[in-house]
Write a protein of this length. Structure first.
Length: 245
């Protein structure tokens, strides 16, 4: 039997779990994990199937800005590994820095910038090659499925910051100069931990808003939740198709 795929759902993306045929639910606290205080993060694991494939869905995550350290933030990734997961799919809600990547669309990560100032591997000489963090074979599969399904799927670099404040226009200009296409407050530490465990990693950003200075609109979390929920169905169809390969 194939190993289960682990799927992490970010802010406002809880509805992505609606197509999973759930057989068991385990709360974060029950699994010995910290529980998020952020709206849009249910804090539970769903065991079931998607597209005929066994999956474990993590609804929500905890963040550095809630006061957790890098080890606590990546506890879910290690728990996935203990359950037999060897391919993890990370999702997040992010601001878009790329003028060609409009809000309401999705971006598949092909690389990232870890600007959190920390790592889950701290504490020893845990040297991990990060040349190819995101699985190249899976990227090709997702692009092919997106083309078939007429889903607009961008590709780019994600910048992970600590938060909780949103970035200033000057910081956004800096990030664009560094090559970032999207910015958020999660994912990079989970990807690092997964690679350290030898797991395959895929990751997707729901681009919920223009980054600071790119639009006259004020940034707010409610918009993130609303846009994420609206775009969730499109990604769920793509994930379901991939799981059925």
């Amino acid at each position: 039997m194939a190993e289960p795929v682990g799927i992490v759902l970010g802010s406002g993306l809880g509805p992505l779990a609606d197509r999973v045929a759930v057989t068991k639910t385990v709360g974060f606290a029950e699994a010995g994990l910290p529980v998020s205080s952020v709206k849009g993060h249910a804090g539970r694991f769903l065991f079931g199937t998607l597209g005929g494939r066994e999956v474990i869905v993590m609804q929500g995550r905890v963040h550095l800005y809630e006061g957790h350290d890098a080890k606590a933030i990546t506890a879910g990734v290690r728990w996935f590994y203990e359950q037999g997961v060897r391919h993890i799919i990370l999702t997040n809600a992010a601001g878009t820095l790329n003028e060609d990547h409009a809000p309401g669309t999705w971006m598949m990560l092909n690389d990232h910038l870890n600007l959190t100032g920390t790592s889950p591997l701290e504490g020893g000489p845990n040297f991990i090659d990060m040349t190819q963090v995101y699985d190249a074979e899976a990227m090709l599969e997702f692009h092919s499925l997106a083309t078939e399904r007429k889903v607009l799927l961008h590709e780019g670099v994600y910048a992970g910051l600590r938060g909780p404040q949103y970035e200033t226009p000057a910081e956004i200009r800096m990030l664009r100069a560094m090559g970032a296409d999207a910015v958020g407050m999660s994912t990079v530490l989970e990807a690092i931990q997964a690679r350290a465990l030898g797991m395959k990693v895929s990751a997707f950003s729901c681009l919920t808003n223009w980054a600071a200075g790119m639009s006259p609109e004020e940034l707010n979390h409610a918009e993130v939740i609303e846009t994420g929920a609206a775009a969730a169905g499109e990604m769920m169809g793509l994930l379901e198709a991939w799981c059925g390969l």
